[in-house]
Design a protein around this ligand. Structure first.
Ligand code: ADP
Ligand code: MG
Length: 368
């Protein structure tokens, strides 16, 4: 008799990554974001065990990590922490996860700003919710996945990634109000209208990316809101900004205020199928992140400029900044020209070739 890992059962659950169309650094200011779930997703299979051990295997890491159902933050570091974190978060809510062997496979690129981490945590949460009989709804799944990421892995993120993964709908973007966590679905039919959304993963990671820059921007926003006497920058209008004498805080707040407005604008543009308008909003958003919020970098700026020079309707960095990915809206017929334009521009700078691929709005997390 063998005691090794049993044969893997069929994939039972899946959760997608996401891309954010508009709304960068607005989430912790109680503002709006406009992501969509992508077709790339993470799948989970599991098999009950007789003991209380939790064993996790990821095809991407090609390694098995073991913990127990009574894991606490600090036990498991690295990628398996996202799974152990879900076990822990369910446990703190009184849902005890029994011993289990769990397999993970994914086509969501890791670390490209498409939230492979939320895809992993949400797929795991959905699977373990069923196993533990917790009966959580979509919001509950998103919350467990967020706590796994924030409190167990200790990665500071808002709740956009997890909400986008659980509430995704094919052909739709999600307008999320991060103050009350309500979600509205809006059609995003750029593929049907002959356009593509390209992700250009620059591969750049600058030191400010590992939490330092994020934390600094976050506290600058909190200071600005405090000086203006409002709970969060979401409550500020363009006219209020004149009351901020500090030049840096003024620019930081201006990014958040104009970015919130661009999210709501983009919703109207999506509803109208005004792709040129969406492109212009991308351009304005990138300029705001580069000049006012100062979270861009050379690689991101070059990818944006090269995309637009090669025919994109608009392009902007997406994600936390200081590296990561750019999204570019292009007529499907120009996609080839845009990718080769970016490839050429990166080669001229002596940088590694960026990874480039198209994404489209797919369904949310589900039992398969
Ligand atoms: P992003 O969420 O933008 O892809 P993060 O740094 O937040 O970037 O998350 C990436 C991390 O998530 C990986 O380094 C790894 O620890 C974990 N991860 C995501 N998907 C998988 C997977 N399929 N298998 C193992 N680990 C994964
Ligand atoms: Mg992530």
């Amino acid at each position: 008799m063998t005691t090794g890992t049993p044969a893997r059962p069929d994939w039972g659950w899946a959760a997608p990554g996401r891309v954010n169309l508009m709304g960068e650094h607005t989430d912790y200011n109680d503002g709006w974001v406009l992501p969509f779930a992508i077709r790339h997703r993470t799948k989970v299979a599991l098999c009950r065990r007789d003991d209380d051990r939790v064993r996790v295997h990821s095809t991407q890491q090609d390694v098995t990590v073991e913990t127990t159902a009574s894991t606490v933050p600090g036990d498991v570091s690295g990628w398996a922490g996202y799974v152990a974190g879900v076990v822990w978060a369910l446990g703190t809510d009184g849902h005890r996860v029994p011993g289990v062997d769990l397999w993970v496979d994914s086509d969501v690129p890791m670390g490209a700003g498409l939230s492979s981490s939320a895809a992993l945590a949400c797929a795991t949460a959905l699977a373990l919710d069923d196993l533990a009989g917790a009966g959580l709804d979509a919001a509950g799944i998103a919350d467990v996945a967020r706590r796994a990421e924030n409190d167990y892995v200790r990665a500071p993120t808002g709740v956009m990634d997890q909400l986008a993964s659980v509430h995704g709908r094919a052909g739709h973007a999600l307008l999320i109000d991060t103050r009350d966590l309500t979600v509205e679905h809006h059609p995003a039919r750029f593929v049907e209208d002959g356009y593509a959304l390209l992700v250009i993963d620059t591969g750049a990671t600058h030191t400010l990316a590992d939490g330092g820059g994020y934390a600094e921007r976050r506290s600058e926003c909190e200071r600005a809101a405090e000086l203006l006497g409002v709970p969060a920058l979401r409550d500020v209008t363009a006219a209020d900004l004149d009351r901020l004498d500090d030049e840096v805080l003024h620019r930081r707040a201006r990014h958040v205020v104009t970015e919130d407005a661009r999210v709501l604008d983009c919703v109207r543009l999506l509803d109208a199928g005004d792709w040129a308008g969406v492109g212009a909003a991308f351009a304005a958003s990138h300029a705001s992140m580069r000049d006012d919020f100062e979270i861009s970098c050379d690689e991101l700026d070059v990818a944006v400029d090269a995309s637009v020079a090669a025919g994109a309707l608009g392009a902007r960095m997406t994600g936390g900044g200081f590296g990561g990915s750019v999204i570019a809206l292009v007529a499907a017929g120009d996609a080839e020209a845009v990718t080769s334009g970016c490839r050429r521009a990166f080669a001229e700078h002596g940088w590694y070739e960026p990874k480039m691929f198209a994404v489209e709005p797919g369904p949310g997390a589900a039992r398969l």
